[in-house]
Design a protein around this ligand. Structure first.
Ligand code: NAD
Length: 302
């Protein structure tokens, strides 16, 4: 079985920075690559902030924090970033053409035995596999956010992925403290994202059609299911509204049904640049969103 010892991540955005930190925390060297150097600078700062949070929670020491950071190499040179890797995880935006381009670039420079995995939220790897000369060594490897608080990853193959590769990915997931869930049959959105997609699609439509405010939908969710996790609109803000839109557009392209296109309540925000937590404004405004205030669920709210 392929032994995964050195890893590279392509794309240092919301997911790439978290996945690389999780990998480094579990003792593996990892290189984080992005085409935009400022994303690497942002990623490093975000990783320092996560580590500071773990230190103040008493989960790690300052020495642990330095050791973890030292395992992460930032790179703006694709060849340097991936040339020694046994596994490369692609985490660039959710567009089939872009991911195909990246898969092709990676295939040309990676070691022969190495695995190319995509962290795509919805795109089946069979739509990407023929961009490479190694279709038996490509896979879906889909993490959830925040990676350490949602410790599961969906592992699935395309039309030719070898079982050896899927086993190697599952074993690697376990080695970094993440539960692998095997996708037994290719499916757009894999396992849990299909369920989350049904929720997201409906809450967007309930709000877009004027039936209820997005805050009241989130209030109903929090009261019914508890407040320990983010309600749907807050969750979309955390994911990034541009990312949510790209995923919904992919589903709509696949189904060919215009009713699957994301509604204006979402697309108008994205067009304005209100992308959620990462820009400070999405459905809610940050850093002090109303859903996190103590009076959000109070019966006497005005
Ligand atoms: P993001 O927009 O935060 O980050 C994407 C990064 O990719 C950016 O830093 C960008 O500069 C970089 N990039 C763009 N083109 C590139 C290229 N050709 N080579 C190298 N880097 C390039 O996106 P994200 O939210 O991290 O999402 C990345 C992937 O992960 C998407 O497929 C998304 O669907 C999936 N995903 C996202 C979430 C989430 O909660 N945001 C969860 C699970 C999976």
């Amino acid at each position: 079985m392929t032994v995964i010892k050195r890893i590279a991540i392509i794309g240092a955005g919301t997911m790439g920075r978290m996945i690389s930190l999780q990998i480094a925390r579990h003792g593996f060297p990892v290189t984080l690559y992005d085409i935009q150097s400022e994303m690497l600078t942002d990623a490093k700062q975000a990783q320092r902030d996560y580590l500071a949070g773990w230190m103040s929670a008493g989960d790690i020491t300052i020495t642990d924090s330095e050791t973890i950071l030292a395992r992460i190499t930032l790179s703006s040179d694709l060849l340097e970033a991936v040339k020694d890797a046994d596994l490369v995880i692609e985490a660039v935006p959710e567009q089939v053409d872009l991911k195909r381009k990246v898969f092709k670039q990676l295939d040309a420079v990676m070691r022969e035995h190495a695995i190319i995995a995509t962290n795509s939220s919805s795109i089946r790897v069979s739509l990407l596999e023929d961009a490479t000369e190694r279709p038996e060594q490509v896979a879906n490897f889909h993490f959830y956010t925040p990676v350490w608080d949602s410790p599961m990853v969906e592992v699935g193959g395309g039309t030719q992925t070898s079982s050896d590769v899927l086993d190697a990915l599952s074993e690697f997931a376990i080695a970094i403290g993440i539960l692998p869930l095997r996708v037994q049959k290719e499916s757009t959105g894999f396992i849990f994202n299909r369920v989350w997609r049904a929720i997201k699609r409906e809450v967007l439509r309930v709000a877009d059609s004027g039936v209820a405010s997005f805050e009241d939908i989130d209030r109903a969710w929090m009261i019914k299911y508890g407040t320990h996790d983010l309600p749907p609109f807050a969750q979309m803000d955390r994911i990034g509204l541009d990312v949510v839109q790209a995923i919904e557009e992919h589903y709509a392209r696949e189904s060919g049904d215009p009713a699957d296109l994301p509604p204006p309540i979402l697309t108008e925000k994205v067009a304005r640049g209100d992308l959620g937590q990462k820009t400070g404004c999405g459905f809610y405004t940050y850093p002090n969103p109303s859903y996190a205030q103590s009076d959000f669920l109070k019966p006497d709210k005005s």
